[in-house]
Design a protein around this ligand. Structure first.
Ligand SMILES: Cc1cc2nc3c(=O)[nH]c(=O)nc-3n(C[C@H](O)[C@H](O)[C@H](O)COP(=O)(O)OP(=O)(O)OC[C@H]3O[C@@H](n4cnc5c(N)ncnc54)[C@H](O)[C@@H]3O)c2cc1C
Ligand code: FES
Length: 358
């Protein structure tokens, strides 16, 4: 016996919303009913905020059901509206036992998103949340020694990693060297001391570079000999671009493995000068953009708002098609001349005239 054809109305009702309406349209109207309702986009509610240091706060965010979770050491993009503009930045969360995300944000002087999140964002506000990304995670097989180096807000992924190691019973010898200018700039110092008290295998080394009594050396002059032999250590370092570069220069060749993540991009010393013509094929515009400036920054300076996230070449949010022209990678200085390829706008500048699929 063959199945009877169902009436048209029944067939229609079997379709999921994503088959009869665009994601943008669904999210727009569902968002009017409840800001957390989306078809598949993760969003999160700000549920609390407390001081983490003299210039940093910890925000607790509750994600909606579309957030797929985070591995310790990874990052997420947060999208917020500041002065009528939607801005996105990356942050390194710690997953709490109740599924919420704790995000510690250093209020950067003049920084748009960090200042907004640290001081103005009202409790209950809903923010855009990207899925987690990043490779700053513990390897499946831990090395015998792990050396964690952090400066400034670079401590945030280290906190997540240390909580994971703590819960696993500290299965390796771990040292954390944490640089800050002064004691009141330290985040999680008590939490780290408590972990050290629980696990003799973990040692916390605080390096206060402006300590009035005994100022510590910066990473380039730091005496790592006090930590013992490091030849078999895996090093994970995180912080501002200059810190990460100095740590790499200092330890390269002396340890088993080096893993780095910078929270601010380094600036190429020999940046190109002058301008080039950049054709935006989809929007039908042609712009005169400076060489030596990332395409993302240059387009934003022209009033455009290409999708972006980490602004560091990590999250892939800003990838766009390049039909032709030469770009230069702002971190490595390498040129890419292949036509019909993809380019990350945040870490590439225009070297010649370009055609972009924007
Ligand atoms: C993968 C990744 C993870 C990150 N995780 C965290 C985190 O957990 N906590 C955190 O506080 N930050 C983190 N950051 C930095 C964060 O994404 C923002 O760059 C930072 O909050 C500043 O954004 P803003 O909008 O306030 O500043 P902007 O308005 O973008 O910049 C204002 C000025 O500040 C400078 N600046 C930008 N970022 C920094 C910085 N980090 N330190 C010093 N000066 C800066 C800029 O060069 C500019 O001159 C992370 C960055 C990356 C790439
Ligand atoms: S904004 Fe993340 S890769 Fe460009």
């Amino acid at each position: 016996m063959s199945a009877l054809p169902r009436p048209a109305a029944a067939r229609r009702s079997a379709l999921s919303p994503r088959q009869w309406v665009s994601e943008e349209l669904f999210d727009f109207w569902a968002g009017h009913v409840h800001p957390l309702w989306t078809l598949r986009r993760p969003r999160a509610t700000l549920v609390s905020r407390h001081a983490a240091s003299a210039d940093a706060v910890t925000l607790v965010l509750r994600p909606n059901r579309h957030f797929r979770g985070v591995t310790a050491g990874q990052h997420v993009n947060l999208g917020v509206e500041v002065d009528g503009r939607r801005l996105t930045r990356s942050y390194s969360p710690t997953l709490l036992d109740d599924g919420c995300l704790a995000i510690t944000i250093k209020a950067v002087h003049g920084g748009k998103v960090s200042q907004y999140l640290a001081q103005q964002a009202p409790l209950g506000v809903v923010v855009e949340l990207g899925q987690a990304f990043g490779e700053m995670t513990l390897p499946a097989t831990l090395p015998a020694r792990l050396l964690l180096l952090a400066a400034g807000s670079g401590i945030t992924p280290m906190r997540a990693l240390l909580r994971q190691l703590d819960q696993a019973g500290m299965p390796a010898r771990v040292d954390l060297v944490y640089w800050a200018q002064q004691r009141d700039a330290l985040c999680f110092a008590e939490e780290f001391s408590a972990i050290a008290a629980r696990h003799p295998g973990f040692t916390l080394h605080l390096a206060l570079t402006r300590d009035p009594v005994a100022p510590a050396a910066r990473v380039d002059g730091y005496d790592f000999r006090a930590l013992g032999a490091l030849a078999d250590a895996q090093v994970m370092a995180c912080g501002p671009g200059g810190f990460v570069d100095a740590a790499r220069a200092r330890l390269d060749g002396q340890v088993a493995a080096l893993q780095f993540e910078a929270f601010t991009p380094p600036v190429l010393p020999d940046a190109e000068t002058g301008t080039v013509r950049v054709e935006l094929r989809r929007s039908g515009r042609t712009l005169e953009l400076p060489r030596g400036t990332s395409l993302l920054q240059a387009l934003e300076a022209e009033g455009l708002r290409p999708a972006s996230g980490c602004r560091m070449g990590i999250c892939n949010t800003c990838v766009c098609g390049k039909a032709s022209g030469v770009t230069r990678h702002t971190l490595t200085g390498e040129y890419a001349a292949e036509p019909a390829t993809q380019v990350k706008l945040c870490v590439n500048s225009a070297s010649t005239d370009l055609i972009l699929e924007l």
